[in-house]
Design a protein around this ligand. Sequence first.
Ligand code: G3P
Ligand code: CA
Length: 272
Amino acid sequence: MKKGYIILTLLISLGFATIALAITERNEPMATGKPLIIAHRGANDRFPEHTLMAYKIASKDGVDYLEIDLRMSKDGELVAMHDETINRTTNGKGRVSDYTLEELKKFNMVSTLDHKIVAEEIPSLREIFDSFSNTENFYIETRPVNHQLVMEEKVIELLKEYHLLNDQRVVLQSFSTKSLEKIKSIAPNIPLTLLFKKGKFDLNKAISLNFPIVGIESSDVTHRIVEKLHNNGIKVHVYFTNKKTQKKEQTRMKEFQVDGYFTDYILYTKEL
Ligand code: G3P
Ligand code: CA
């Protein structure tokens, strides 16, 4: 009886230890030292970008972060959308900010590859968290809306509501230093990535602004730049704007030991 009790206690402890380890691994992707695999707009090579299904596929692939671009609807709701308009990725037309969330929900997503309509709506950030906040980490891009910094507080509120503010579960990224500064003033511990537009990378600016991560387009990345940034304690996450050269570019980036890939080809990057 006593022996059985000891075995049972050991098994329960082992179970808790396994769960604790799993949580640690999921919550701290940056602690592994391996380059991060950031699913750019979800698994957009196999399903239309920024759809719940594209995120589901990326989640099943086992990525470190789901990347989400944000736009704001007319009634102030955050939705996952890259462009200012819904023209390229849905069967509608017009600016995101001209529609309420309810109105946006009436459109269907359209594949940018074959222009077929799919049975998916524009997801709100809340819906993405409803589906994935228990299992996934998020890499979310903010931007000013009509030159106003109105997204930042809403994002942080939502992150708080879904208990995502701790343990490196979320990285926030922006091309706007003002947006990042505002986030820093509200949530000082959240990791921030300063993005640079293609052709506009500025090493001095990256070092002097001293955000912990910079996001650079691959054609601007050299070995020297990565070394300089690393010497200054800044991590380098690389994004790609040319799908035709992306795989080759990822191989080039690997030699420079970059810290993360915003990948459009998750399975390829996993094998790098
Ligand atoms: O956020 C990294 C990368 O996604 C930046 O480019 O235009 O795809 O948002 P974009
Ligand atoms: Ca982005």
